[in-house]
Design a protein around this ligand. Structure first.
Ligand code: CTP
Length: 398
């Protein structure tokens, strides 16, 4: 594949050396177009050596080859990483004062940008408006992640790691096999209040559900993501999607029921509390009110959202559930089969969880059960790879 990598002037440019290397190693023909500012961070010889092609920033070189449009025309994919606030503004305005600018206007290939900047700059309404303009124009914005920034700061603004940019960029080229479908995905862990400062929660990070939503959107679906509590930074991958926040199991039932009314597929990846306190105290429960070393908290079952959605499913709607189990092997499958039947879902994604397994990890391993409890898919790898395998199973079930 012919890949153009635009590099703009941010410190994360050093990481794009690795990005280019990954693409070259994967067998792609890579042409790097740095801006003049980018060359203050990483020099031209580095880009030429790593990409194995001549590199220039100027529209005045190679004029007979009409280089200012040639690269854009030839490209199958354009990645801009890092994309600074300034470069996003230029892209949104369609400025073409250098080779990267002309290339971006000349190309019809998918464009993926990986923003990198300080949190304040990322959150500024001007940057957000530029990102919205670019997204509306079909540019794929990946990241930024929440993490360490230069100068000891931390927050959203860190460029995604090169491996993830490559994975997300190649995913953009996937066939739009979910185009025309509306999907609702729930994610994260619910929190059932005990009093104003305490709750019953769980360790779900929300990563698998967000990966499902992202994958569906990248494959052309219209996505609503219903998010319970998620770990810091996880929702940055949901940029551009409709996100509805739901705190408790009851909120999640309402939000998913609403979203399911127009959805072709509903996926319950959220970890929903099975029980909630019978009543939440309006004031913080004081230790002394327990009257001794033990305290009993009366709990009552929450509504089972998945069972409700399955029972009320629209004609042709596919309902997908998850089962997080601490058993393994045949017992894991048997528990999954019983859960699939009990909940009435069409597909059940079964994964083994435990201390340090499944929940907070970046990788996952699942088995998908379909009609009659038969195994219809098995997948392992990044949560994104697992998400794509689950959507393949959904398509097959339709
Ligand atoms: N689920 C739900 N509403 C609940 C509890 C669970 O919609 N009140 C959904 C989850 O989103 C998941 C599926 O049901 O898709 C299975 O969740 P899991 O916690 O594995 O099952 P439980 O019903 O809690 O069964 P058990 O605790 O007995 O394993």
């Amino acid at each position: 594949m012919f890949v153009v990598v635009g590099v703009t002037g941010g410190i994360a440019a050093y990481k794009s050396v690795h990005l280019v290397r990954l693409l070259v190693k994967a067998g792609h023909e890579v042409h790097v177009i740095p801006t003049d500012d980018a060359l203050r961070f990483v020099g031209l010889p580095t880009w030429e050596a790593i990409s194995r092609h001549p590199v220039t920033t100027s529209v005045h070189d190679d004029v007979p080859q009409v280089r200012h449009v040639a690269l854009g025309r030839q490209a199958d994919l354009v990645i801009v990483a890092p994309a600074t606030a300034d470069s996003l503004a230029k892209m949104a305005a369609g400025l073409a004062g250098d080779l990267l600018g002309t290339t971006l206007l000349a190309t019809t290939a998918p464009v993926v940008v990986a923003p990198a900047m300080h949190t304040e700059m990322w959150r500024h309404p001007a940057t957000q408006a530029n990102v919205a303009t670019l997204s509306a124009r079909g540019v794929h914005v990946v990241g930024p992640a929440d993490g360490e920034l230069t100068g000891g700061d931390s927050g959203p603004g860190r460029m995604l790691e090169p491996e993830e940019i490559v994975e997300r960029a190649l995913a953009v080229l996937r066939p739009q096999d979910l185009a025309g479908l509306t999907v609702a995905v729930s994610t994260g862990g619910t929190r059932e209040p005990i009093d104003p400062v305490r709750f019953i929660g769980n360790r779900s990070s929300g990563r698998q559900g967000v990966a499902l939503a992202r994958a569906a959107a990248d494959r052309g679906a219209h996505v609503t993501l219903v998010a319970a509590h998620t770990d810091d930074g996880v929702l940055t991958d949901a940029a551009g999607l409709t996100v509805v926040h739901a705190g408790t199991a009851a909120d999640l039932l309402t939000a998913m029921t609403d979203a399911a009314a127009t959805a072709d597929v509903v996926v319950m990846a959220a970890a929903v509390a099975d029980y909630r306190p019978v009543s939440a105290s309006d004031t913080k429960l004081a230790k002394e009110s327990a009257g001794g070393p033990e305290r009993t908290l009366a709990l009552v079952e929450t509504e089972d959202v998945l069972s409700n959605l399955a029972r009320d499913r629209r004609n042709g709607q596919i309902v997908v559930g998850f089962a997080a189990e601490t058993s393994h092997g045949e017992e894991l499958l048997e528990r999954g089969r019983r859960k699939l039947a009990r909940k009435g879902a069409d597909l059940l994604v079964v994964n083994e969880v435990g201390w340090g397994r499944g929940f907070e990890a970046g990788e996952n391993e699942v088995i998908v059960l379909g009609a009659g409890g038969h195994v219809v898919a098995a997948a392992s790898g990044t949560k994104r790879a697992v998400a794509d395998a689950i959507w393949d199973a959904v398509l097959a079930a339709r």
